[in-house]
Design a protein around this ligand. Structure first.
Ligand SMILES: Cc1ncc(COP(=O)(O)O)c(C=O)c1O
Length: 309
């Protein structure tokens, strides 16, 4: 008789096999067409309608580790629009695991659509002050103090740990066209670290920070990479648009035009800023002639409705 862990592990593999392929599409847009570079987007947003983008990549081996170690309760932290908690709540429901989300700030009078979804999927919500939330950011190990306090398996904000790197690195292996540079959006820098961990030294990765004043990310990414660190990645800090989850007319016009020209949706927190930054660098001739660039669509479209509201 297969035991519970075996069944859950099997369920994890089953889940993955139900995912769509993240296709790679060439971008045809006047800005790109005028330049002498070629641009593609890897549509990680299409992996799955709910756990899309970099979320599955980051959670896959974390979930596996939790299951192998017989945990039945997953705990993590995030804001009221967190894509990470949204994904975790859904996958917890699918696997029949308890989930707890520790949310930054007071319980809002009107819950975000993200919070409504995650509650409906059974995640317990705990609202804590911003200063307590900042403290929690220091814990990365699955059995660190918050795990003991809430009796479960601790996953750091954004799934930022070594296991996430392994999952993210798999998306690089799937790229089956010749390329020179990979570009993607950065929050915690984990996705960039995952890509950089397997990138051949003749290729580069550029992360676009969604946060203002995010130079600390260089240290975070180096730390995550440990002895796999090399000098073929960098973080561009210039396209934060005033800070995390801030936007302006320029960004909105850009996203509207991009969506019209390409048919590919963006959201303003991560992928919109990344694409805006990339297009700006292309217009300014910052890439060598003939470069092949792959941008990664890391998903996050679930939070878009809230942003528009
Ligand atoms: C849609 C989206 N793109 C990019 C990122 C940035 O990923 P990371 O935190 O791994 O840098 C996030 C946050 O996890 C995200 O939700």
């Amino acid at each position: 008789m297969p035991n519970r862990i075996h069944l859950l592990d099997h369920r994890l593999s089953e889940l993955e096999s139900s995912f769509n392929e993240a296709s790679i599409e060439e971008i045809h847009h006047p800005v790109v067409e005028k330049s002498d570079i070629k641009l593609w987007v890897k549509r990680e947003d299409q992996l799955h309608p709910i756990i899309s983008g970099n979320k599955w990549r980051k959670l896959k081996y974390i979930l596996n580790h939790a299951l192998v170690n017989e945990y039945d309760h997953l705990i993590s932290m995030g804001g009221a629009w967190s894509n990470h908690l949204h994904a975790l709540a859904w996958v917890g429901k699918e696997l029949g695991l308890k989930t707890t989300g520790i949310i930054r700030g007071e319980r809002p009078k009107e819950e975000s659509s993200t919070l409504k979804d995650i509650k409906q999927w059974g995640m317990q919500l705990k609202f804590i002050s911003r200063s307590e939330f900042r403290q929690l950011r220091m814990y990365h190990d699955h059995d660190s103090p918050p795990a003991k306090k809430y009796h479960g398996y601790w996953i750091p904000e954004g799934g930022a740990n070594q296991l996430a790197l392994k999952g993210v690195s798999e998306l690089v292996d799937e790229i089956n066209i010749p390329f020179d540079t990979i570009v993607l959006a950065c929050g915690t820098g984990t996705t960039l670290a995952g890509v950089a961990s397997v990138l051949p030294c003749d290729k580069t990765a550029i992360g676009f920070a969604a946060l203002k004043g995010a130079s600390f990310l260089n240290k975070e990414v180096s730390g995550l990479l440990g002895n796999k660190n090399s000098n073929n990645w960098s973080i561009n800090l210039d396209y934060h648009f005033g800070g995390f989850a801030k936007s302006n007319q320029n960004l909105n016009f850009f996203m509207e035009d991009y969506e019209k020209q390409t048919g590919i949706p963006l959201e303003p927190v991560y992928t919109g800023k990344m694409m805006y930054g990339l297009f700006d660098l292309i217009k300014r001739g910052m890439f060598n002639s003939g470069q092949n660039i792959i941008s990664i669509h890391t998903g996050g479209l679930q939070g878009k409705s809230g942003f528009q509201a």
